[in-house]
Design a binder for this molecule. Structure first.
Ligand SMILES: Cc1ncc(COP(=O)(O)O)c(C=O)c1O
Length: 391
């Protein structure tokens, strides 16, 4: 191809939206490289180091040369360890065969969309919601059917909303609880109600439980308690703080296993070997103790930030139940979330994400703060934002 000639790439790329948080992340990194101190509240990854037992399990695997492809659905020891975790956390007996280990939950989301969506089919998603979901749907040739949610319903779907938005081409619903970007959860009652609506249409209920373990004031229950055939997405990224190890899992009904296995074999061959052996260390009592201490720390940060941000003029009608996000209204402070985030990055040295990354509904009136940094950094962020907003 001659230099300077622009190649025409596949049309499926055109409909895909970019991940704006990365724009802010890159700008923050660039400013840091130029010597500016930036409080990083834009990215969704815990800043804690990998737990010692996970590192130890990884070094043992390296020493033992566990560096080869594994079975496509994951090593059986890990699938069994995840099954045992469902038993101890939720009292649920899930056969290890139904647990599929994936390259991050991102791969699981892609596989599920490829599994259930025919070209032209619709999948219901929340707006705001995790932005990549709509792109997985588009990649499968489907139509993301975005349902606006707001503070009145804790930014979550209701059975009525699912029923009212169900269209002839809808094949299912994907919900995250707790959600990114709002940290809000579906009540048990609404999980039940949505499950009933989806079942009445013979649809598929996909529940993203990625932020389970990071819930602060209430017990958490898996959708599998209500519907053993729901598709569940989870990951080692958030509660276990293993983002860069790229390891997630999904629980799928038995009749989906053959198709999932064929796709996994073809598309990825296997999840990363060392990461799988490392993840065996995640379920050791010492690691779980560390994760529970971290849960307490996240809760403390949330309980500090919510009133502090309200004091600065951000509107947070409801304290988020989990994850490490606060989705805050800026209507009293600015008219456009993107301009506001760039302004605060520049003037206050605090990086956070505009609502436009997560959908369209009231997106210019909201921003997302991620509280993955230690308390002293969050206090500095509040101090800096206070000064910048007053000037
Ligand atoms: C709701 C939600 N689902 C899925 C993912 C993908 O995470 P990973 O691929 O690291 O498991 C994320 C990442 O931020 C998320 O917030």
């Amino acid at each position: 191809m001659a230099a300077g000639v622009q190649r025409q790439y596949a049309s499926r790329i055109e409909g895909m939206t970019s991940f704006k948080v990365v724009d802010f992340l890159e700008a923050a990194v660039k400013m840091e490289a130029q010597g500016r101190d930036i409080v990083r509240m834009e990215a969704g990854e815990p800043a804690f180091p990998t737990a010692p037992a996970i590192l130890e399990a990884a070094s043992t695997a390296l020493r033992d040369e566990k560096t080869f492809y594994t079975p496509s659905l994951g090593i059986i020891e890990l699938r069994e360890a995840i099954a045992a975790f469902y038993d101890s956390r939720y009292g649920l007996k899930i056969p290890a065969q139904r647990i599929v280990v994936t390259t991050g939950s991102s791969a699981a989301l892609g596989l599920i969309c490829d599994l259930i969506i025919n070209p032209g089919d619709g999948l219901q998603l929340t707006d705001p919601g995790y932005p990549c979901n709509a792109n997985f749907v588009r990649r499968a040739g489907g139509e993301p059917q975005l349902i606006p949610v707001d503070a009145h319903n804790a930014y979550q779907l209701t059975p009525e909303a699912v029923a009212n938005h169900w269209q002839d081409n809808t094949v299912g619903v994907l919900v995250a609880s707790p959600s990114n970007p709002t940290g809000e959860m579906l009540s048990h009652e609404n999980q039940r109600g949505i499950n009933t609506v989806v079942a009445s249409h013979n649809g598929v209920l996909i529940m993203d439980e990625l932020y389970h373990g990071l819930v602060y004031d209430q017990p958490e229950s898996s959708i599998l308690e209500i519907n053993p055939d729901a598709m569940v997405i989870n990951s080692f990224s958030k509660y276990f703080g293993m983002t860069g190890w790229r390891l997630g899992w999904m629980v799928v009904p038995e009749d989906a296993l053959e198709a999932v296995n064929i796709m996994a074999q073809n598309f990825y061959i296997s999840p990363p070997s060392i990461a799988q052996y490392a993840a065996l260390g995640a379920f050791q009592p010492a690691t779980l103790e560390i994760m529970e201490t971290r849960r307490g720390e996240f809760r403390q940060r949330r309980d500090y930030l919510v009133p502090a941000l309200r004091e600065l003029g951000f509107s947070i009608p409801h304290t988020p139940a989990g994850a490490f996000y606060i989705y805050a209204g800026i209507e009293k402070l600015a008219g456009d979330s993107e301009a506001f985030c760039w302004d605060m990055l520049e003037r206050a040295g605090v990086a956070f994400t505009p609502g436009t990354d997560f959908g369209e509904h009231l997106a210019r009136q909201h921003v997302r703060f991620s509280y993955t940094q230690p308390m002293d950094r969050l206090e500095l962020a509040i101090e800096r934002l206070g000064k910048a907003l007053a000037s």
